[in-house]
Design a protein around this ligand. Sequence first.
Ligand SMILES: NC(=O)C1=CN([C@@H]2O[C@H](COP(=O)(O)OP(=O)(O)OC[C@H]3O[C@@H](n4cnc5c(N)ncnc54)[C@H](OP(=O)(O)O)[C@@H]3O)[C@@H](O)[C@H]2O)C=CC1
Ligand SMILES: O=C(O)CCCC(=O)O
Length: 491
Amino acid sequence: MTDSTLASKLKDPDLFREAILIDGEWVPADSGETMDVRNPATGELVGRVPKAGTAETSRAIEAADRALASWRKVLPKERSRILRNLYDLMHAHIDDLALIMTAEQGKPISEAKGEINYAAGFIEWFSEEAKRIYGDIIPQNLEGRRLLVEKAPIGVFAAITPWNFPAAMITRKAGPGWAVGCTGVIKPASQTPFSALALGVLAERAGLPKGVCNIVTGSAGQIGGELTSNPKVRKLSFTGSTEIGAMLLEQCAPTIKKTSMELGGNAPFIVFDDADVEEAVQGALIAKYRNCGQACVAANRMLVQDGIYETFARRLAEETAKLKIGDGQEEGVILGPMIDQNAVLKVEEHIADAVAKGASVVSGGKRHALGGNFFEPTVLKDVPGDALIFSDETFGPVAPLFRFKTEEEAIALANDTPYGLASYFYARDVGRIFRVSEALEFGMVGVNEGFISTEVAPFGGVKASGLGREGSKYGADDYLEIKYIVMGGLG
Ligand SMILES: NC(=O)C1=CN([C@@H]2O[C@H](COP(=O)(O)OP(=O)(O)OC[C@H]3O[C@@H](n4cnc5c(N)ncnc54)[C@H](OP(=O)(O)O)[C@@H]3O)[C@@H](O)[C@H]2O)C=CC1
Ligand SMILES: O=C(O)CCCC(=O)O
C-alpha cells in the first residue's frame, strides 16, 4: 500500500495511504475499484485511492454518529489537547505533507509548506477556542425564573473540499467541528485526496477517537448524495464552485441541514491614482498569482485609474515576466502547473475572448514551453468591460487590466458581479479608504494588502459567493446549536 515512488520519498512513508478511513479502519472501496491521482506537473501516477460510493459513505456517517455520543462529552480541555497534538504533528511532518501536496496539486513546495502552516493554524486556533465556547445567563423576566443559553455541538458534519487548497480547506472545517465536540465525514477532491488521507493518519496519531474523523474518496455524486440526504448529518460545509454549492444546498433542503458555502469569487483589485504603485504591484503579484491564480480569493479584475494606468501596467508586466515557472518540486519555482487541461483551456478562452474584443497581451499570453498544464503568467491591457473575463472567474494566472476614471465608477465596476467574496484596493487618501471599504459589496476587503487569508480572521463571502464564515472567533458558530433553557419555581 505504501510502495509508490512518492511514499519512498517521504521521511514517514506511512503518511501515504491508498485507503479510506471509516470508523478507525483503513479500508478499500466495497467494489475494490480505485481512481488514479496524477501529478499535474508531469502527468505521472501519484497513486490510487478507493472509488467509494453511497454504502461506504453511509457507514462513515454511522461511525461518526456512534462516536458523537462520547466525543461531545470529552472535556473541552482534553479535546483542545488532542487538537494541539495534531497541530504539533502537522508541523513535525511539514516536509512530507508539503511533498504530498506538491505531487498531487502542483503548487511550489514553498507554497505547499505555507499552506500546511496555514492549515495547522486552524487546528491551533480552534484547539484554543475549544475551551471558550461560552453560553449566557439572561436576566430573569419573571419572578422565580432563570434563563440560560447553552451552545451544543450540532452533531455530525460533512465537509466537501476542493483541490486548490487540499489541506487548509479541510482543517478550516474539521478544526472547529472537532473542537466543539462534533464528529465528521470528509470528502476531499478527487484530484488531491492524499493530503486529506495524510491528515487522517495524523488525526489518529494525535488521539482523535475512532469515528471522529472519517474520510471517503470516490464518486462525488454518490458521496455527496448520501452526505446531503442522510438525516444524521446535521451540517454540510462546502468549498468549491457556485454551481455545485447551489446544487448541494438544494439537496440539503429536505433534511434542513445547516450549511456553510465557500463558493466562487470575482475579486476586483482596484488601484487608485494616489496608490503607492510599487506596493500595488507587489500586492497584485500575490493576489493574482498565488497558487497559479487558482484561488477563490484571487484577483480576477484589475481596475486601474487613468492617471496611474500606464505605470502600473508596465511595472506589473515587468514583474510578472520575472516569475519562474516549473515543477513545484524545483528550487525557486514561483508558479507551478495548473491543475489540469480544462483549467488551461478556460484561461486560453478568456485570453482569446479579451484579445478579440480589443485587449492586448503585455506579458505571457500562451502555454509555457514546458507544455502540459504549464501556462505563462499573463497581463492583458485595455480589456473592455464586455470581455468574458470581467464576469467569469478565470481561476488562472491572468491579470486583465480595466481602466476607470472616478471613484464612483470604480465602485460600480467592482460591485457589478453576482459574486462577493474578496476585494482589494490600493489608495492613500484616508477618506477614500473608508468610503471604498464600506461601499464594496464583498465579505472581505484588503486595503493596501494583497494577502488576506489567516486563521484569525473571518473568511467568507456574500451574494453568490456563499454563506457562513470560517476561521476566527466566528468560525465555530456554524458547528453549534443554541439551546435556551428556562427554569421556573426557583423563588
Ligand atoms: N471557491 C473555491 O474555492 C473553488 C472554486 N472552484 C471553481 O470551480 C471550478 C470548477 O472546479 P471543480 O474542482 O470542478 O469544483 P467543484 O465545485 O466541482 O469541486 C469541489 C468539490 O466538490 C465535489 N463535487 C463535485 N461534484 C459534486 C457533486 N455532484 N456532489 C458532491 N460533491 C461534488 C468535488 O469532488 P470531485 O473532486 O470528486 O469532483 C470536490 O470535492 C473552478 O475552475 C473554479 O472556478 C473550484 C475549486 C475551489
Ligand atoms: O480558494 C479557495 O478555495 C479558498 C481560498 C484559500 C484561502 O486563501 O484561504
